[in-house]
Design a protein around this ligand. Structure first.
Ligand SMILES: [Ca+2]
Length: 355
């Protein structure tokens, strides 16, 4: 579809042409005018026109010497924290990686287990990690300092642990979990697996959660590894599909997102449809918002992808950057940079927006 500006320009040319027809200009001149008008009309119609362009510029390595960073958070104007899968919460102060970790957790690691998500607010830090007791693998959510377990015994497995934390504009902690390789749990409202969970920052359950006394906020998820709130306070997530249908979902309180009964789009009104799917799989990871652009990483392709959201729908899609290896997290921070994590380091970039 052509934007209004170009339609207006075309109309202006048509009006000029009609005036010319009525004038005393000879037939030869009319022939040339007609030719150029047709030529420019075809040129305009054939030129792809985008309402808006967004670009990542000046991509630079910000921190080197990291050990599989998973997620990061903005602690204060000088300090960024990030998790390493092997169990350390590391500190970057004024652009310098500090030798001493802020904290260390005794985690079970390998495949999708380990120290995963992180969130920060008011100098307090929240993390999600996988551990093993004598018989079983679990995940837990912990805040520090002082250290306190907020949520424990979230079923764990070699893969599908979820593990992403974000603090909403409502001041609640949102926690993504996976089905921990037992997909039926995703439909069980009594299990924390395959859910988006919502708790108060002290670990208690908010009174306005959909199931009284339960941290469950939405159900029917396979493995959610990305969460971000937009400026209006709506929560969007990335979700990993099987061999098809990675999903982007808009999360609504108490709704069912289908897994394992439905994957991708369906006509069944019991389930919420995704706003976007990806086949073949890209393995979408953590996410952020830049104005109305939902920006997220991809593990399989190393891409940073932007989806422009309007009226809760995707209206444009861009691959903003393609890294040499998988991306685990992207975050747009108040200092104006987009930070992203890959196994080989922490990078940052600036946005350019063209209307
Ligand atoms: Ca779904």
């Amino acid at each position: 579809m052509l934007p209004y500006g170009i339609l207006f320009a075309l109309n202006k040319k048509t009006i000029t042409y009609q005036k010319l027809k009525k004038s005393v200009i000879d037939k030869k001149m009319k022939h040339y005018c007609s030719f150029f008008l047709n030529f420019f009309t075809v040129l305009l119609i054939c030129t792809p026109v985008y309402a808006e362009e967004i670009k990542l510029l000046r991509i630079e390595k910000f921190v080197d010497g990291v050990d599989f960073p998973v997620a990061l958070c903005y602690y204060d104007k000088d300090t960024i924290l990030f998790t390493e899968k092997s169990g350390s919460v590391k500190v970057v102060k004024n652009g310098k990686l500090q030798a001493e970790p802020l904290n260390r957790f005794d985690v079970t690691t390998g495949f999708e287990r380990g120290l995963l998500g992180i969130a920060c607010k008011d100098k307090k830090v929240y993390v999600y990690y996988t551990y093993r007791d004598i018989f079983r693998t679990y995940n837990r959510v912990v805040s520090f300092h002082p250290e306190k377990i907020l949520l424990d015994k979230i079923p764990g497995a070699v893969i599908h642990n979820g593990g992403i934390l974000t603090i909403g504009p409502d001041g609640k902690l949102y926690i993504s979990t996976g089905d921990a390789r037992d997909k039926e749990r995703a439909q069980d409202i009594h299990s924390p697996s395959g859910k988006v969970l919502r708790i108060n920052l002290d670990g208690t359950v908010p009174d306005d959660n959909p199931y009284k006394g339960s941290p469950v906020w939405s159900i029917g998820h396979r493995n959610v590894f990305g969460t971000a709130f937009d400026e209006k306070g709506d929560l969007y997530i990335t979700e990993n599909g099987t061999d098809r249908d990675d999903e982007i979902n808009l999360i609504k309180k108490g709704k069912n997102y289908g897994w394992p009964l439905v994957l991708g789009f369906s006509d069944d009104k019991k389930f919420e449809n995704p706003i976007k799917t990806f086949t073949p799989n890209i393995a979408p990871t953590n996410a952020t918002f830049f104005d109305d652009w939902f920006v997220f990483g991809a593990w399989n392709t190393g891409e940073i992808i932007g989806l422009k959201i309007k009226d809760k729908k995707v209206i444009e899609e861009r691959v903003l950057y393609r890294h040499k290896s998988g991306i685990t997290d992207v975050k747009f921070f108040p200092d104006g940079y987009l930070y992203f994590l890959s196994r080989d380091g922490i990078y940052r970039a600036t946005f350019q927006r063209e209307n």
